[in-house]
Write a protein that binds this ligand. Structure first.
Ligand code: FAD
Length: 442
């Protein structure tokens, strides 16, 4: 592997949350020959990061942290600082507070109470009155049946995810990064290998063009798994979201509310400032789309795009609304989509040089929490590229196929909700028909 210099050519595949962060970091470190490819016009309609908002929680490493805890705490520390202070990121972070909650007694004990210990300035919410008092009158009118939570007022809230990727990429482009984003010139169809197949030399796009590069960074989210044999380290997994429209006057009342997150039911975040839509996610361990690989005969989950959700997901979202904001529970959705991410088996990110193809760097495995660390991802990936990545982080985020030799694709990976199982899109009988005049009646 030739050492990287500031004029080395660097190709980033994917202009989502991670690709944009990496592009900006490279530009800030004065790399002069950086190109980002994306298969959709920017911001991509299939990017998980092209979303109204995502939960953001700050954290700090502690001396007693296990390696796993250290990984998440250190990454959150790095990103928290940037979300608060970096002029490109800081306007997108809204420290409105966050409520971690559950309905079952066992999950409350196992997941929610430890959160209160971790962040001592929290307040317990054990009655509907206490829940309602966390937001302006008229917002939380529900009975919160069985809901118990821990309200963290500071160091958490949400980020405007789409705004962040747009601003970050705009800054990267201003600093000289080149973006090619469309379905022919930007869509990578395959990695480009050296003649002896021992290294990656760039990528080929749908228009048939070859893009040679000294270093290729694969940051194509869930679709990364279609471009390289990850040896089962990634499971493309989808979640579901819908938007409920509010009037401008309603939106003013719901503004600045903390993010209530129930590990069995889902979460919602205050309405978007421009469109006044409120995003709601139902919580579940995820959907897969298993396909038998014709070459290996093995099953793998293959992402596909759809701007609708299963009717069962709509039912879960409406149940969440009935519990919390029943005044919105019968309102037509204005938008819905399935949203894919790449789950590693331990949900720790995969950021490493490929062990065989030394010019290929992997930046994937967001595992359902890859927006929170967005500003840190660029730093960590470029540190890995330059050989300066913190050792404790490097060890955890390394290429690690040995962990997944017998990977159980149906493993819940610590998630809850719905029927406590991974669901298969092939089993979905009915989808919503949002935009066709009505959503399915439940
Ligand atoms: C419903 C849902 C809710 C979530 N909530 C949160 C949350 O609250 N907090 C949080 O921190 N995280 C959350 N996440 C996770 C987070 O969104 C992801 O971890 C993160 O966005 C992953 O970033 P990425 O850059 O890897 O992928 P993406 O943002 O998906 O970007 C991938 C990019 O690659 C492009 N691409 C794909 N294939 C190709 C190709 N062949 N050629 C060129 N380009 C290609 C795509 O067009 C896209 O732009 C959530 C995820 C989902 C699905």
């Amino acid at each position: 592997m030739a050492s990287i210099t500031l004029d080395s050519s660097v190709l980033i595949i994917g202009a989502g949350t991670w690709g944009c962060s990496v592009a900006l970091e490279l530009a800030r470190r004065r790399y002069t020959n950086v190109t980002v490819l994306d298969g959709h016009s920017f911001p991509s309609a299939i990017a998980a990061g092209n979303d109204l908002n995502k939960i953001m929680e700050e954290a700090t490493p502690k001396p007693e942290d296990s390696d796993r805890e250290y990984f998440f705490n250190r990454v959150s520390q790095l990103s928290g600082q940037a979300w608060r202070e970096d002029p490109i990121y800081s306007s997108f972070y809204h420290q409105t507070g966050f409520i971690m909650s559950a309905c079952s007694a066992s999950f409350y004990k196992e997941h929610v109470l430890p959160y209160a210990k971790e962040f001592p300035d929290t307040v317990l919410l054990e009655s509907a009155e206490q829940w309602r008092a966390t937001m302006p009158e008229g917002v939380l009118t529900g009975d919160f049946p069985g809901w118990r939570g821990v309200y963290r007022r500071t160091g958490a809230g949400w980020v405007f995810a789409r705004g962040a990727i747009e601003a970050v990429l705009a800054e990267a482009v201003r600093l000289g990064v080149k973006l090619i984003a469309n379905s022919s010139e930007g869509a990578v169809t395959s990695l480009l290998f050296s003649d002896d197949l021992t290294n990656v030399r760039g990528a080929t796009t749908a228009d048939g063009r070859t893009h040679y590069a000294d270093t290729t960074i694969l940051a194509a989210g869930a679709n990364s798994d279609l471009l390289l044999d990850f040896k089962k380290q990634l499971r493309p997994t989808a979640w579901t979201l819908a938007h409920v429209p509010l009037s401008p006057s309603e939106a003013r009342i719901y503004k600045d509310m903390p993010v209530p997150y129930n590990i069995e039911r889902g979460f919602f975040i205050e309405p978007d400032a421009e469109t006044h839509q409120i995003k709601i996610c139902d919580e579940h361990p995820g959907y897969v789309h298993m396909v038998t690989d014709s070459k290996t005969g093995e099953e793998r989950s293959v992402p596909f795009a759809k701007h609708q959700i299963p009717v069962a997901s709509e039912a879960r979202i409406r149940r969440l609304l009935r519990d919390t904001m029943p005044q919105l529970s019968e309102r037509e959705f204005s938008f819905a989509r399935i949203c894919w991410d790449a789950d590693t088996a331990d949900r720790i990110f995969l950021i490493d040089r490929h062990p065989e193809y030394s010019s290929l760097v992997l930046a994937c495995g967001g595992s359902g929490h890859g927006v929170n660390p967005m500003p840190a991802i660029g730093k960590i990936v470029v540190d890995r590229l330059e050989g300066t990545m913190e050792e404790r982080l490097r060890k955890m985020a390394r290429w690690r196929p040995e962990q997944v030799v017998n990977r159980d694709w149906w493993d819940l990976q610590g998630r809850h909700g719905a029927d406590e199982k991974i669901m298969e899109f092939g089993d979905v009988e009915k989808w919503t028909r949002i935009g066709e005049g009505r959503s399915e009646k439940l």
